[in-house]
Ligand binder design. Structure first.
Ligand SMILES: Cc1cc2nc3c(=O)[nH]c(=O)nc-3n(C[C@H](O)[C@H](O)[C@H](O)COP(=O)(O)O)c2cc1C
Length: 478
């Protein structure tokens, strides 16, 4: 994780961020601020968007973002990353609900672009947390394994509780091609539903990232229909992107989210990631490449430390993009590079754009507390630079929960990193649930209150009734 030193405040910072950008497919983004993909945590049991999603996306749509990327929509309802994930077609009514969500964003000519993040969590899908399959049913992956969350006995217990059985290794080529088809079908549905594009999730140790990784895919099998010269680990991503390109229009935005490093021994490192990104650029199929990093074993992308101190301004992965970008053509001649992680300060955002550490800036966690962050703060000329700092907030009760759950208290170097990341992620999802219910986010919400009120009461107990009602009405009326 490298420091990215802030530069002096400059009067044109807001102008730099406000400047529009034209992508290789000719579509223009009105400014450089992207609401990063965040699982919304709304409802239980997967399925298409609910009323809460519509309300939440309406709020983001009015907030001044140039682009909004949805939370991960999973291609397989049994293989979820969280029990609340959106899922893609298993029923004709799915299209209707995704169309409604797109309409709730595209209300005015000035509305942001909307991308659907399409995903498969691979071996990181937990049967005991997500309850979308029996505990003894496996996740699927290029290898048979389970994530290692730490070396000690507590880590051993955690990983057995979350992943009671190892993943099933996918070997038949037909099964891989079936996965390709589901990603492509998801993109086709997104376009039919009026979305502006898709982002293929190939980061954070999910299935497509596993296929790229020497650690998770030690003996990759070639897939048919791919140019001979292409490295075998790129075959799956190539077939998906090629399928999306062939089956959607040119104006439909194609994006990918990729790791600059897995931050685990034997996984993708920065040198390999640089080669992967350069190859992706050479295919000329992509409009946006988002750079992130980490897996559940080492969740750099969700590092709670990057939220803490407004004085320690950091962009998590800028050192990678800064050295990569000079070798990539700028948009519209090449894909826009979207950098996400720790970019929580107006001056840092402006300097990252000005020095071309990126073309677009993704913001995640602060957008859960302030859906109107661009209009209210970053692009607001009345807000001085010193106040245009978006991180720097504590999560009440998170230190105690980290101690109790094995996350090592407030020390970033001790305990299970996934616990700290999970505590922070859940708290932010609960803020999204509040917005979806039509109430203000609550920065003072104690973690335990969030667990009881937002998670157990609203999302599990009430969410379960709504899921059952939806299932029943679907069977009877649709
Ligand atoms: C509540 C929450 C849910 C997230 N869900 C996703 C997701 O569905 N897909 C994804 O690629 N990243 C997801 N992320 C990671 C964010 O996209 C982003 O990479 C991360 O929060 C770092 O950006 P930030 O420092 O601005 O928060 C999630 C993060 C949070 C806080």
């Amino acid at each position: 994780m490298a420091d990215h030193a802030p530069v002096e405040a400059r009067a044109d910072d807001i102008d730099v961020i406000r400047r529009s950008l034209t992508l290789p497919n000719g579509v223009t983004i009105k400014n450089r601020l992207v609401k990063a993909a965040m699982a919304e945590g709304i409802g239980l049991g997967g399925g298409p968007p609910r009323e809460g999603h519509l309300k939440l996306y309406e709020e983001w749509a009015q907030g001044g973002w140039g682009m909004i990327i949805s939370g991960n929509a999973q291609i397989d309802p049994k293989q979820l990353a969280s029990p609340h994930d959106l899922t893609l077609p298993d029923h004709p009514s799915t299209l209707k609900r995704y169309t409604k969500l797109a309409s709730s964003v595209h209300r005015t000519p000035d509305s942001p672009l909307l991308l659907m993040q399409i995903s498969h969590p691979g071996l990181q899908s937990s049967s005991t947390i997500n309850l979308s399959r029996w505990p003894w049913e496996s996740a699927i992956a290029p290898c048979s394994d389970r994530p290692t969350v730490s070396d000690g006995p507590i880590g051993w217990l955690w990983s057995r509780a979350v992943w009671p059985v190892q993943s099933r290794q996918i070997t038949p080529v037909d099964e891989w091609l079936g996965i390709v088809k589901k990603f492509v079908d998801g993109a086709v549905l997104a376009e039919k539903a009026g979305w502006d594009g898709v982002q293929i999730h190939s980061a954070h140790g999910y299935l497509l990232a596993e296929y790229l990784s020497p650690l998770a895919n030690p003996n990759p099998r070639p897939l048919p229909g791919v140019p001979d010269h292409l490295s075998v680990r790129l075959h799956l991503l190539y077939l998906i992107l090629e399928g999306v390109r062939e089956n959607t229009s040119k104006g439909f935005i194609k994006a990918v989210k990729i790791n600059c490093s897995d931050f685990v021994q034997g996984g993708i490192d920065e040198k390999q990631a640089t080669e992967i990104v350069k190859t992706l650029v050479s295919w000329s199929m992509l409009d946006i490449i988002e750079i992130s990093g980490g897996t559940y074993s080492s969740p750099a992308f969700a590092s709670p430390e990057s939220l803490k101190s407004p004085s320690a301004r950091q962009s998590l992965f800028a050192h990678f993009t800064s050295s990569l970008l000079p070798s990539i053509p700028s948009p519209p001649n090449g894909p826009a590079i979207l950098l996400t992680g720790g970019l929580h300060d107006r001056r840092l955002i402006a300097s990252s754009l000005r020095e071309r550490a990126c073309d677009l800036v993704g913001i995640g966690r602060p957008a859960c507390l302030h859906p109107d962050l661009p209009n209210k703060t970053i692009l607001d000329e009345g807000t001085p630079d010193e106040q245009a700092t978006l991180g720097g907030y504590p999560i009440p009760g998170s230190g105690l929960m980290r101690v109790l759950l094995g996350g090592g208290g407030n020390s970033p170097t001790r305990g299970i990193k996934l616990v700290g990341a999970g505590i922070s992620t859940m708290w932010h999802e609960w803020q999204l649930c509040r917005i979806g219910r039509g109430v203000e986010p609550d920065p003072d919400m104690h973690w335990l209150r969030g667990l009881i009120i937002e998670e157990i009461w609203y999302e599990v107990i009430i969410g379960l009734w709504i899921s059952m009602w939806r299932f029943w009405t679907r069977q009877v009326f649709e």
